[in-house]
Every structure is written in structure tokens, then in C-alpha cells.
Ligand binder design. Structure first.
Ligand code: NAD
Length: 458
């Protein structure tokens, strides 16, 4: 089906037929999605490699394998979450029972970015289908091979009334945003997030925004430096640094900076060898525009590690920079590439004010054994989610809500949070007629005193 208007109409009619509501149907959709991911795994791995030379290991752990585990988790817990949930009532409403019904919204539009082009299209779809919705996915045009494979998945395994993929760029997205869909789930940049919010405002459309920002990584002088350098290098250079929750920059105690840079050097060499360009474990920058933007940052400080690049291969070596100032371009916007600026502080009291100069980050990482400082940072810095003594891993625990705060996002998903994101919580108070409390009815003479006594507000 090529006509976007008709597609939305068809999904809406299908949703109103009630076919997506039974638990059995939802489970079936999830099982079909799992089968598709298993049967099409090679096609996706190849597509991801074609789009930005993503290593197979990284594609498995963060895309295909990740999603299959995500579906398993959803299938195990979904029966506990669907249907209505009884909650306690109020004496004033006696005799009654109160319930929360988890109601699907209807047609959910999922707009996804290029950096995890499979995961970020399908993970929200898992939540949407589990909650009993229909799904339209608009993948990113910047990862065209994965976008085509997603289209293929929808075509081969689903009827368009349940799940459809609309490929395209801005015009297609704009057309989709003009349709009477019922929920918008957007993952991408804060700049485009604003466009999404404006479009959603036109229809008062409920939405989730999963955005980005500059996620700090603090290394204080009590940290285990060997482990910190190894884990930080893995989290930063995974996916060639093109991860929304990648550590964007390091804030480090001045007294340990040189030692830390030496440790980073060792680990980057162990990970990617003498020439990371030849490594099968290292991806590429997505396109020339981003490559040029990133190469521009290389002049913003002293290059301690890496710094090599090749335009023909859209390659930039894993790079670590010192002597970077807050005003340099690399410290203005989210880096979103394999460049790690290190900024030294002389006193721990500088940490919180430094981070607060930026908008609230999507993630924060802190390598430390100092409990007091750890708790003080966690209490005083607002961020979406984070990890103490590692990076990225909060994303893989489905018990943790994943999302930003303020400019880094609105709303959250994963596990039960995905189910809730794609469900409206409908409140229903069901009253019995065998007794009718006279207190609430006019005339009120003498009743106010009784009510005040009942409320214990004299
Ligand atoms: P982007 O905002 O440029 O694009 C995202 C989607 O929006 C794409 O499908 C694109 O086609 C569409 N789009 C782009 N411009 C548009 C416009 N003018 N009108 C309508 N639609 C438009 O983001 P990107 O470059 O694909 O991804 C990188 C950004 O996404 C980074 O900021 C990163 O931090 C963020 N991100 C966030 C998360 C998260 O979970 N919070 C995950 C991955 C990426």
C-alpha cells in the first residue's frame, strides 16, 4: 500500500474492529516479529554492515539479539500487565470498586533515527503491539539498507493493517504527521524533536520524544582507572561513537588525567590494533556530512590518541583530546562520533556547575569508589538515566525506564514502561446501587459539619 492516507485509514478500521485487543492476538504479533527477526537476521546483519560497516558482534548485541530478548521479556510478562487493575477506593464513594483499564491508543506512528536503525524502529513497535495497537514505522533514510530490510520485514510477515513501514525522508514524514494517528513515538535529535512536538500540538497528539544531548562521564580520583578506561573506551567507541547515550565528554580530576590517558591508549590499542581502519570491530561514520562535521572538531584540542581520518572510507580513528575549552565547537553540540574530549577539574566542586551549563543530559556516567561524591552527583544532577562504574548498560535492563528529561526527552520505554507508554490508563469507578450515601445530596443543611469531621478538617 503506497498511499499514506489510505494506510492510516485501513489501520484505524482494523483497530476499531477490535482484532488487536485479545491477549492471544498481541502475543501472536510479537511471536511473528520474533520469527521475522530470526529468519531475517542475516539480511539485517548485512544491511547494517552496508549502512556503516557495523561489526556483526555489535549488530547482534544491540540490534537483532537485543530485540529478540526484548520480545521474550515482553511475552513473559505481558499477561500480568494487560486487562484491568483493581485499585483501592474511597469511603465517600461507598459502595464501589475502582479499576484502571490499560487501553491501546490505536494507530501508533514510530519515527526512528539511523544510528541503531533496526533497534530503534522495532523496540517501540514491540511495546505498541504488546499494548494492542497497530504500528506504522518511518525508518531513517540515512540507513537505506536497513530501511529497505525493515520494509521487507513488514511486507513478508505482516498485513499492512497491523504493521507497516513507510520509507522516506522529510516529505514522507511530514505527510505522516498530518494524518489522524493516535500516538507519536519519535527518536532523534532535539532539533527535529521540536518539529515533532509542533506537529503533535496541531492534533493534541500524545507523544514520546527520545532525544539526545551531551552525556558527561565523570572520573574522580578514587576510580579504578584501569577498569574505568576500558569500560569508557568500549562505551564511547561502540557503534563508532554514534550512540545517543555514548559518553560525550570526560570530566576528570587533574591529578589523574595523564595516567588515565595512558590507560585509554592501552585499551584502544587492545580493542582495535595498530590501525583501527583495518579492524573488523570498528564501524564507520554514517555519511559524509557527519564525517565533515566530526573532522572539524579535531582542531578543538590537543590530540592524545587517534586523530587520523579518511573521507573515502568515512573513517575517523578512535580519538581522545585534551586541552579543550568549554567554548570550542566540540563542547557546544552533541558529538555523536568517535571523538572524546577530556576536561580536567581541580576541585570536585566544579563538577555539578560544569554539567549544569548544558541542558539536562540523556545519560550520566561516574567512575568512583567515593560513596559521598557519588550520591551528591546523583542527587544534584538531573539526567535521563546512567551507570556508576560502567557505561551504556542501564539501557539493557528492561526493569529500568529508558528516556531523557527536558531537552534529552519526554517519556520513557522498555519492558513494562513500553507497555505503559503505548497504553492509556483509563480510570473507571464502578458503583453499586444497593446503598446510596445521602451525604452528598442537597440540601446541605448540617452536612458540612459532618463532612469536616469525616475529613478531620475542622
Ligand atoms: P534526526 O532527528 O535527524 O532524524 C530522526 C528522524 O526524523 C528520521 O527518521 C528523519 O527522517 C526524520 N526527520 C529528520 N528531519 C526531519 C524534518 N525536518 N521533518 C520531519 N522529519 C524529519 O536524528 P538522527 O540524525 O537520525 O539521529 C541522531 C539523533 O538522535 C541524536 O541527537 C541522538 O542523540 C538521537 N538519538 C536518541 C536516542 C534515544 O533513545 N534517546 C536514540 C538514538 C538517537
Amino acid at each position: 500500500m503506497t498511499n499514506i492516507k489510505d494506510l492510516i485509514k485501513v489501520q484505524k478500521n482494523f483497530f476499531y474492529s477490535g482484532s488487536t485487543l485479545p491477549l492471544k492476538a498481541r502475543k501472536q504479533h510479537l511471536k511473528t516479529l520474533k520469527r521475522a527477526l530470526i529468519e531475517m537476521e542475516d539480511e539485517f546483519l548485512q544491511a547494517l554492515h552496508q549502512d556503516f560497516q557495523k561489526p556483526e558482534f555489535e549488530s547482534f548485541i544491540s540490534e537483532t539479539g537485543y530485540l529478540i530478548k526484548d520480545i521474550d521479556h515482553m511475552l513473559s510478562y505481558l499477561p500480568d500487565w494487560v486487562g484491568r487493575k483493581r485499585v483501592s477506593g474511597s469511603l465517600l464513594s461507598f459502595p464501589s470498586k475502582s479499576y484502571i483499564y490499560h487501553e491501546p491508543y490505536g494507530v501508533c506512528l514510530i519515527i526512528s533515527p539511523w544510528n541503531y536503525p533496526l533497534q530503534l524502529a522495532i523496540a517501540p513497535a514491540i511495546g505498541a503491539l504488546a499494548a494492542g495497537n497497530t504500528v506504522v514505522i518511518k525508518p531513517s533514510e540515512l540507513a537505506p539498507a536497513t530501511s529497505a530490510a525493515l520494509k521487507n520485514l513488514a511486507h513478508k510477515y505482516f498485513t499492512p493493517e497491523v504493521l507497516a513501514v513507510v520509507e522516506g525522508a522529510v516529505p514522507e514524514t511530514q505527510e505522516l504527521l498530518e494524518q489522524p494517528v493516535d500516538y507519536l513515538f519519535f527518536t532523534g535529535s532535539p532539533q527535529v524533536g521540536k518539529i515533532m512536538m509542533k506537529a503533535a500540538a496541531e492534533q493534541l497528539l500524545p507523544l514520546t520524544l527520545e532525544l539526545g544531548g551531551k552525556s558527561p562521564c565523570i572520573v574522580d580520583k578514587t576510580a579504578n582507572l584501569k577498569i574505568a578506561a576500558k569500560r569508557l573506551a568500549q562505551g564511547k567507541f561502540f557503534n563508532c561513537g554514534q550512540t545517543c547515550i555514548a559518553p560525550d565528554y570526560v570530566l576528570i580530576d587533574k591529578s589523574i588525567q595523564d595516567q588515565f590517558v595512558d590507560e585509554l591508549k592501552k585499551h584502544i590499542h587492545t580493542f582495535y590494533g595498530d590501525d583501527p581502519k583495518k579492524s573488523d570491530s570498528y564501524a564507520r561514520v554514517i555519511n559524509h556530512k557527519h564525517w565533515q562535521r566530526l573532522v572539524g572538531y579535531l582542531k578543538d584540542g590537543h590530540i592524545e590518541i587517534g586523530g587520523e581520518f579518511s573521507e573515502a572510507e568515512k573513517y575517523i580513528a578512535p580519538t581522545v583530546m585534551t586541552n579543550v575549552t568549554k567554548d570550542s565547537p566540540v563542547m557546544q553540540d552533541e558529538i555523536f562520533g568517535p571523538i572524546l574530549p577530556i576536561i580536567a577539574y581541580s576541585d570536585e566542586s566544579e563538577i555539578v556547575p560544569f554539567i549544569r551549563q548544558y541542558s539536562k543530559p540523556l545519560a550520566l556516567y561516574h567512575f568512583t569508589t567515593n560513596k559521598k561524591l557519588r550520591e551528591s552527583i546523583l542527587k544534584n544532577v538531573s539526567f535521563g538515566g546512567g551507570v556508576v562504574n560502567d557505561t551504556l548498560e542501564h539501557l539493557i535492563n528492561p526493569e529500568l525506564p529508558f528516556g531523557g528529561v527536558g531537552v534529552s526527552g519526554i517519556g520513557a520505554y522498555h519492558g513494562e514502561y513500553s507497555f505503559k507508554t503505548f497504553s492509556h490508563e483509563k480510570s473507571v469507578l464502578q458503583k453499586s446501587s444497593w446503598f446510596d450515601l445521602p451525604l452528598k445530596y442537597p440540601p446541605y443543611d448540617g452536612k458540612l459539619k459532618l463532612l469536616r469531621n469525616l475529613f478531620k478538617i475542622s
